[in-house]
Ligand binder design. Structure first.
Ligand code: NAD
Ligand code: ZN
Length: 364
């Protein structure tokens, strides 16, 4: 892992830079970065949820007004339950009524819900318009804001409708994390720590060493934390932009995690779904990781208030729920395992018995 500050991480596809992830601790450079996309004659529509709009919409609108023809905004009620086609329809209507054309630009100002939704609107409005991500949650800054996976839910089926649509810029202002509720920060840390497990042991160790400064939201440390995760996510996205294979390793813990989230009616945070800890236990049984490595992971989870067990579910129902998962391929469950801490691989041989024993370690 790189421990000097990097302000710009270019993301490449087929050898070309397709967008930059910019890392700042304010919105000061936003006008310059957006202007560099050639926005002078464009209109910009900012899409934000109600919470983020209250906190940051005025500031961002003012900044963006200086670099384009006109700024409008579409605000929807916060919450995963609004990441749906009804909200998308509302956004389309706003764009149509305000005469947005194909050359105009959308800006997603918010967490993963806003980014996924705005990205989907951008992918489909007039068969595709450009968009910029301004991720404001830890999860979106390290994960959902990068990589161009967009989409919405259909009832309780998550991300069932979507498109790959790359942003033109990801502008990350780490200072907005100061207003993020603690549980959301904790949920984001759940994903961050997994990035280390999947791809970079050195990063995992760095988190352990710097945990106090991370928890205190020290700006410099947060920047290093986010850039470290961004490098990991970028590497996977560049190798496999449309999730044919390698990118699926980012889904470590998701097979059981999503089943648990679904059975809990999505009342728990994604980063709190404990699936990775269960998967670690499968790795341990197979002799791929050691108990003390699981203990170190668990200790780090506890430090960041990430639950290490769940109650109120039984094995059968969780295993049944994994069968509806998108990770099924021709009836075989695609499971992500670690062959060592810092390296994940796709495994198609995980048995029901292994899943049962793994779940037993996280049930209380
Ligand atoms: P979110 O967008 O709902 O944000 C969580 C909460 O924090 C919301 O209430 C929001 O209003 C609030 N908030 C956001 N920024 C804030 C700030 N700076 N200060 C105060 N409050 C703030 O949730 P999330 O965890 O960011 O994202 C979850 C979504 O991301 C899910 O829908 C998931 O499917 C998706 N996701 C997508 C990808 C991808 O690759 N596209 C990857 C992982 C997750
Ligand atoms: Zn995840």
């Amino acid at each position: 892992m790189i421990t000097e500050h990097v302000n710009r991480i270019p993301v490449h596809l087929d050898g070309k830079t397709i967008y930059d992830i910019v890392l700042e601790d304010s919105f000061d450079a936003l006008a310059k970065e957006v202007s560099a996309l050639g926005t002078e004659k464009k209109k910009i529509c900012i899409i934000a949820d109600s919470n983020v709009a209250d906190l940051y919409l005025d500031e961002v609108t003012k900044i963006l007004s200086g670099c384009c023809r006109e700024v409008t905004s579409y605000v929807f009620p916060a919450g995963e339950e609004n990441k749906n086609l009804k909200t998308v329809q509302g956004a389309y209507e706003h764009l149509i009524l305000n005469h947005y054309d194909r050359k105009d630009l959308l800006v997603a100002l918010g967490g993963g819900v806003t980014g996924d939704l705005c990205g989907f609107v951008a992918a489909t409005y007039l068969r595709g318009v450009d968009f910029v991500q301004i991720p404001t949650t830890l999860l979106s800054q390290v994960d959902s804001g990068i990589g161009g996976k967009t989409g919405v839910d259909i009832d309780s089926y998550k991300n069932m409708v979507g498109a790959f649509h790359m942003p033109k810029l990801v502008y990350t202002n780490v200072s907005v994390l100061r207003t993020l509720p603690d549980d959301q920060f904790s949920g984001g840390m759940g994903e961050v720590i997994k990035h280390g497990l999947i791809l970079d042991k050195e990063y995992f160790d760095w988190i352990q060493t710097n945990r106090a400064k991370i928890l205190a939201k020290d700006a410099d440390t947060l920047k290093l934390l986010i850039q470290g995760s961004d490098f990991i996510k970028r590497e996977v996205v560049e190798i496999d932009p449309t999730e044919q294979n390698e990118r699926a390793t980012l889904n470590f813990g998701h097979t059981l995690g999503h089943a648990i989230e679904k059975l809990k009616n999505f009342t728990m945070l994604h980063g709190h779904s404990v699936g990775a800890l269960a998967a670690m236990n499968i790795c341990k049984e197979r002799g791929l990781v050691k108990q003390d490595e699981i203990d170190a992971y668990k200790a780090l989870m506890e430090y960041f208030f990430i639950p290490t067990s769940i109650s109120g579910l039984n094995t059968e129902e969780v295993i049944a729920a994994t069968k509806n998962d998108k990770k099924m391929e021709a009836g075989v469950i695609k499971f992500i395992l670690l062959d060592r801490v810092g390296h994940a691989y796709i495994d198609r041989t995980v048995t029901k018995d292994e899943m049962e024993r793994a779940l037993a370690t996280i049930f209380r």
